[in-house]
Ligand binder design. Structure first.
Ligand code: AMP
Ligand code: MG
Length: 412
C-alpha cells in the first residue's frame, strides 16, 4: 500500500499546468491568473463625495454654526466645471466630482437650509478631507492589484472591470471527459433487468468536476470491453484535457481500466493500492505525457472520495493553482468513531455543524460502506481517522469540509 500523501503528490506533480489564454471577464470567474495585473488608472479617478450634503471650504466652517451661500448643485455623473468660493457651498450627491475650491463635504443630516435652499447652515465644524474620497484611494495607478496565481472571485472581476479591462490572462481551465465502465450499468427510468444497476457515478463525477469550476464532456457508459474502452480513451485524448473513469480498477478479470491503461502506457501507468478506506484501488496514467487519466474505483462512495483526494487537486494544478490541497479543519466528534488498526487512514462521512462558540462538531451521516452513497449525500465533510483504534466521543479530529453551503448551526 502507498500512503495517502505520497499518492496525492505523485498524481498532482505529474499533471501539466494548462497554457495561459485571454478570457473575457464574464467567463473568468474562478479562473487562475497567469500573470500579475497592474492598474493603469487610479480608482476612483477623481475626488468625489462620499455623502449627500454640501461641498465646503473647511476654513469657512472651522467654527460652527456657519452660514454659506449655496451656489450650485452637482450629482454623480455631472462633468461641468463647478467651484466653491469663500463663503460658498455647493449641494452635492454621493459620487459627484468634488467642486474646485472645496476640500470637505458636510453630510446633509448636519445642515439646515434657509430661503428656499439659497443658504445653508453648517451645524458642526467640518475638518478638511471629511467625506471626500481621493483619487486612487481604492486603487493607485501603477500598483499591482492581482498577483499571478490568484483565483478570480466576483470582487476581483469587479476590480478589473473598474480598471477598464475587458479580458484577463488566465490558465485555461481543463475540459474533463467523464465515463463509467461496467456491463451492469444502465441509466434512466426503464425498469432494471436482473443484475443491472443504474450509473450513479457519472452524473456525480460530472457535477463534482463542474462544481470545482471545470467543463465536462460526458462520454457515457463504456461496456467491459477493452477494445471499446481503448477507442473511447483515444478519442477523449483528442477532445479533452483530462479523463475521469470509474470502475474497473480492482483485481478482477473484468477490471478493464487497469488492463487498458497498462496496455496503452506500460509500466508508466500507476496502479495503486492507497492506504485509505474507502477508495483503496486507483489507476493513474499520463497518456503521451500530457493527458492524465484518473481511474477511480467503481463503488460510488469510493469514487467520490477518490475524486476529492486525487482528481480535484490534480485538476486544480492543471488550472494554475499553486495551493491545490484543501486545508483540513479541527472538529470535535460527538460520538465514538471506532475502527480497527489496518494500516489505512479511514475517511468517515460525517455531518459537520457549528456550535454557539463557533466550534465544529461532527457525527456520522449514515452507513459507512462504500456502496452507501446516501450517507455521502447527507454528509458535508469527511472525518479523517488515522490508523489506530479510532476516536472517543469528545476527541478532536481532523475533517475535510466538502460543502460550506451546507454548514449549519447546531440548534438544540
Ligand atoms: P468495479 O470496480 O468496476 O468492480 O465496481 C465496484 C462496484 O461498484 C460494483 O459493485 C459495481 O457494480 C459498482 N459500480 C461500478 N460503477 C458504478 C457506477 N457508475 N454507478 C454505480 N455503481 C457502480
Ligand atoms: Mg466494473
Amino acid at each position: 500500500m502507498i500512503p495517502l500523501g505520497e499518492a496525492r503528490e505523485l498524481i498532482v506533480s505529474a499533471c501539466p499546468v494548462m497554457d495561459p489564454e485571454s478570457r473575457p471577464l464574464a467567463a473568468a470567474l474562478r479562473c487562475v491568473t497567469a500573470e500579475p495585473i497592474v492598474a493603469q488608472e487610479d480608482v476612483p479617478p477623481f475626488s468625489n463625495s462620499a455623502m449627500d450634503g454640501f461641498a465646503v471650504r473647511s476654513g469657512d466652517v472651522a467654527e460652527a454654526p456657519a452660514r454659506l451661500r449655496v451656489v450650485d448643485s452637482v450629482v454623480a455623473g455631472d462633468g461641468r466645471p463647478v467651484s466653491v468660493g469663500p463663503g460658498q457651498a455647493v449641494r452635492i450627491m454621493t459620487g459627484a466630482v468634488l467642486p474646485d475650491g472645496a476640500d470637505a463635504v458636510c453630510m446633509v443630516e448636519r445642515t439646515r437650509t434657509e430661503s428656499d435652499g439659497q443658504w445653508v447652515i453648517i451645524e458642526q465644524p467640518v475638518p478638511t478631507g471629511t467625506s471626500v474620497r481621493l483619487p486612487g484611494s481604492d486603487i493607485v495607478a501603477g500598483g499591482k492589484v492581482v498577483a499571478a496565481g490568484t483565483q478570480l472571485t466576483p470582487a476581483h472581476l469587479g476590480v478589473l472591470a473598474r480598471l477598464g479591462l475587458d479580458s484577463v490572462r488566465v490558465h485555461r481551465p481543463p475540459t474533463v471527459g467523464v465515463l463509467s465502465t461496467g456491463d451492469e450499468l444502465t441509466e434512466g427510468s426503464t425498469p432494471l433487468r436482473r443484475g443491472m444497476i443504474r450509473d450513479g457515478n457519472r452524473p456525480m463525477l460530472v457535477a463534482l468536476v463542474e462544481d470545482a469550476g471545470y467543463t465536462t464532456i460526458d462520454l457515457g457508459i463504456v461496456p467491459d470491453d477493452p477494445a471499446v474502452l481503448r477507442k473511447v480513451i483515444e478519442d477523449a485524448a483528442e477532445h479533452c484535457d483530462a479523463l475521469i473513469t470509474s470502475g474497473g480498477v480492482s483485481v478482477g478479470d473484468l477490471d478493464i481500466v487497469r488492463i487498458v491503461l497498462r496496455e496503452m502506457c506500460g509500466q508508466s501507468m500507476h496502479w495503486m493500492q492507497v492506504a485509505i478506506r474507502p477508495a483503496k484501488p486507483l489507476a493513474f496514467a499520463m497518456i503521451d505525457g500530457r493527458f492524465p487519466v484518473f481511474g477511480l474505483p467503481g463503488n460510488p462512495v469510493s469514487s467520490m472520495v477518490a475524486f476529492q483526494l486525487f482528481a480535484r487537486p490534480a485538476l486544480r494544478r492543471m488550472g494554475g493553482h499553486t495551493e491545490v490541497f484543501q486545508p483540513t479543519l479541527s472538529a470535535v466528534t460527538d460520538v465514538e468513531l471506532s475502527r480497527e488498526p489496518d494500516g489505512k487512514t479511514h475517511l468517515i462521512r460525517v455531518v459537520a455543524e457549528v456550535d454557539a462558540a463557533g466550534l465544529l462538531h461532527v457525527h456520522p451521516s449514515g452507513g459507512q460502506d462504500s456502496h452507501q452513497l446516501l450517507a455521502m449525500a447527507e454528509a458535508n465533510a469527511l472525518a479523517i481517522l488515522p490508523d489506530g483504534s479510532g476516536a472517543r466521543s469528545g476527541d478532536n479530529i481532523e475533517v475535510l469540509l466538502l460543502d460550506t453551503d451546507r454548514l449549519r448551526s447546531i440548534t438544540s
